[in-house]
Design a protein around this ligand. Structure first.
Ligand code: FES
Ligand code: FES
Length: 148
């Protein structure tokens, strides 16, 4: 299976129905994307496919062949992603950190689509779960990244 991950063609020996999350973590050894629930609920596994945030735990690799996959490992190559990461650091958003790569992917996708979102738009878009309860810090960092 040939996938385009972070701008590079990567050849992986995985079955067509393997979830993208497993292909990334175990096939490509890119472990920044996390496994949380496995059923498209928590968002820990969020990556982009053609710039859209998707849940890689329920996306088979066969669905993303020939498409652009972007993971947390490359987020700082994106100018908006860079601002989001800086805001995350400034606000010291992560606690345990487990959900945070998914949060950053979701936040960056939001700001690329809506550069200056309202609080309601932030609340509607940032639905990734965080067991540590970093929601207020996430929203504050998204607002700052929008202004940066
Ligand atoms: S691991 Fe994919 S949404 Fe929870
Ligand atoms: S920072 Fe711990 S789950 Fe979100």
């Amino acid at each position: 299976m040939n996938l385009k991950i972070n701008g590079k063609q990567v050849e992986l020996s995985v079955e067509a129905d393997t979830p993208l999350l497993w292909a990334l973590r175990e096939g490509a050894n890119m472990v920044g994307t996390k496994y949380g629930c496995g059923v498209a609920q928590c968002g820990a596994c969020t990556v982009w496919v053609d710039g859209q945030a998707i849940r890689s735990c329920v996306t088979p690799v066969s669905a993303v062949q020939d498409r652009e996959i972007t993971t947390i490992e490359a987020i700082e190559n994106d100018p908006v992603g860079r601002k989001v990461v800086d805001a995350w650091v400034a606000h010291q958003v992560p606690q345990c950190g487990y959900c945070q790569s998914g949060q950053v992917m979701a936040a960056t996708a939001l700001l690329k689509q809506i550069p200056n979102p309202s609080d309601d738009q932030i609340e509607a878009a940032m639905i990734n779960l965080c067991r540590c309860g970093t929601y207020n810090a996430v929203a504050a960092a998204v607002r700052d990244a929008a202004k940066a």
